[in-house]
Design a protein around this ligand. Structure first.
Ligand code: MLT
Length: 400
């Protein structure tokens, strides 16, 4: 008899964003005349930049010619993209070797897949609220999960507790969902904690391109000693509009070594290479050429312009929330605004109110953990027109 993974019975029935998509689809079906404005899932709306599309078109043309056609590529990514990333990291002060970088189809997959190289006996420390993928993928493995609270009192930036021991900790900065961002001293404290506990930090930097203050680290590897205790996961989804195109990268330093249950020292870089070469056939050549172009001078300028556009959306949203006296976090180094639901409403109650009364979609904070109750997340990734209209609807209703 084939037994299935019993841990799946411990998951919520559906993934948060799938749940919301169903509710929105039902609403739209019942109200076909209403224009629904989506500020829920963090999906980009601006097209890919021209230089990226040109690079992909050139790669498509290469695939049509015998001499330049490519079959299987290296599972960990082509050298040309590694080289572009080495230069990109160097541009903000991080020295990496190309063999420390692994190209993937995005940070979501790697966040889940990275669990493969850790023993199931590990205790996993997860912030609450949190991007649901960290939690769900560890529930799937049946791991012992402990939480650290993100609250208004700590600006949704939980700090290490010397009395708490864990083996693996997930940190996301700029944070999804709260938009909060750790400063250098705070990340130094995390690195010190990881070293004291022989733990590994899984640092999700998917929103690093939204950091505008040079004093705020865009990479955990800007912190001294992080290469001995951290893995960084990043994505071009938010940096360059690749949510549908799919490309990301994970950095596993050579200096990161831990013991297995038999006491044998293992290189996590070698383990991840072994895992990827066994279970993954790499990101398509065409996509990797597009990703390479993201890091060209034109690509960087075009992506910056898109991010500036979303940042202006966030500013417009914050201005509207200020008008109606709604308290919020984030929105500055982040595309997310994490707002306190007005009039003591619960997260799902406010979600329903926005959907039913204003045809506006947010993400209920409670979907990110217990500390998210009473909050709702809005994204600045919409079009300018929809952002203005959505916020105007909110201000008109709540300003009364
Ligand atoms: C979000 O809305 O939290 C993200 O878009 C989800 C993701 O990146 O997978």
């Amino acid at each position: 008899m084939a037994l299935v993974n019993k841990n799946y019975a411990n998951l919520k029935e559906s993934y948060l964003f799938a749940d919301i998509a169903h509710k929105v689809a039902d609403f739209q079906k019942a109200n076909p005349d209403k224009k629904v404005i989506k500020m829920g899932i963090g999906d980009v709306t601006l097209p890919l930049s021209k230089v990226v599309c040109d690079a992909m078109a050139k790669a498509v043309a290469e695939m049509a010619v015998k001499e330049s056609f490519r079959g299987y590529g290296p599972e960990q990514g082509y050298d040309f993209l590694h080289d572009a990333l080495v230069k990109y990291y160097a541009s903000f002060g991080v020295e990496l070797e190309s063999t420390e970088i692994f190209i993937s189809d995005g940070a979501k997959s790697d966040c889940g897949n990275i669990t493969d190289i850790f023993d199931n006996s590990n205790t996993i420390l997860i912030p609450d609220p949190v991007y649901p993928v960290y939690l769900d993928t560890n529930v799937m493995c049946g791991r012992n999960i402990i939480y650290m609270d993100g609250t208004p009192e700590n600006n949704f930036l939980p700090m290490p507790d010397e009395n708490v021991h864990a083996d693996v900790v997930y940190l996301c900065s700029p944070n999804n969902p709260t938009g909060a961002v750790y400063n250098k001293e705070q990340l130094e404290a995390w690195v010190a904690w990881a070293k004291a506990n022989d733990a590994v930090i899984l640092f999700d930097a998917a929103y690093e391109a939204f950091v505008t203050d040079p004093a705020i680290p865009r990479s955990i590897f800007l912190i001294e000693g992080a290469k001995e205790c951290a893995i960084e996961l990043c994505s071009l989804s938010k940096t360059a509009g690749f949510t549908g195109t799919r490309c990301g990268y994970t950095v596993v330093p050579h200096a990161l070594v831990r013991k297995n249950a038999d006491g044998k020292e293992m290189s996590l870089n070698k383990m991840w290479l072994r895992r990827q070469t066994t279970k993954f056939n790499g990101v398509p050549y065409i996509i990797q050429r597009g990703a390479e172009a993201v890091f060209s001078p034109e690509g960087v300028a075009e992506c910056r312009a898109s991010i500036a556009y979303y940042q202006e959306n966030a500013r417009i949203m914050m201005e509207g929330l200020d008008k109606v006296g709604i308290k919020y976090f984030g929105g500055v180094h982040s595309p997310y605004i994490w707002l306190q639901c007005p009039n003591g409403m619960g997260s799902w109650e406010f979600f329903d109110f926005l959907l039913n009364e204003l045809a506006l979609v947010g993400t209920p904070g409670a979907g990110f953990g217990k500390n998210g109750e009473g909050y709702l997340r809005l994204t600045a990734f919409g079009s300018r027109e929809n952002t203005i209209e959505g916020i105007e609807r909110l201000v008109a209703k709540l300003g009364k």
